[in-house]
Design a protein around this ligand. Structure first.
Ligand SMILES: [Cu+2]
Length: 168
């Protein structure tokens, strides 16, 4: 094999890895953890990801933490009348053989409360997810800008149209 084609393969592998951006822990696979960029002065942010449970036992996401925020909560959103309300969940079920996709369309997200600085497009930050069986899993969350997320998901702009404050 020529050096040139070897480089081509290495470059291809690198780009595939970057694109896939997933983390494995036992039977769990966490795909494409990402957060929206925030504006200066915006107190809170939200992170999204897909969690797949390939095992035979049910799992639960019970907590999350990140150095970028004072506290981190697992949230769901639902419509009450025509107002979008968020609430903190004690845990999020990830049943055996199923996957949960967090996105603003279905309401599940990881809420970053009390951001220490704005999340800028292109940044990455660490987050620790705590699962009932798999324990603590460290992941890296990518901060995406508006232009990028528009291609990844057509639902994320909905976050701009509802009150993303805290409701308990
Ligand atoms: Cu929230």
């Amino acid at each position: 094999m020529s050096i040139k084609s070897l480089f081509a393969i290495v470059a291809l592998l690198a780009s595939v890895t970057t694109f896939a951006h997933s983390f494995k822990a036992g039977n769990l696979e966490i795909d494409h953890p990402h957060a929206r960029a925030t504006k200066a002065g915006q107190p809170n942010g939200a992170a999204y990801m897909q969690i797949e449970n390939k095992g035979k036992a049910d799992e639960k996401l019970v907590a999350a933490s990140s150095p970028v925020a004072a506290s981190v909560e697992i949230h769901s959103m639902s419509m009450e009348g025509d107002v979008m309300k968020m609430r903190a969940l004690d845990s999020l079920d990830i049943k055996a053989g199923s996957q949960v996709e967090m996105k603003s369309g279905n309401g599940y997200h990881i809420m970053l409360l009390g951001l220490k600085k704005p999340l800028a497009a292109g940044d990455k930050f660490p987050m620790t997810l705590h699962f009932s069986k798999a324990g603590k899993v460290k992941i890296i969350v990518h901060v995406s800008g508006k232009e990028k997320t528009a291609k990844v998901s057509d639902n994320e702009d909905e976050m701009d149209h509802h009150d993303h404050e805290h409701h308990h």
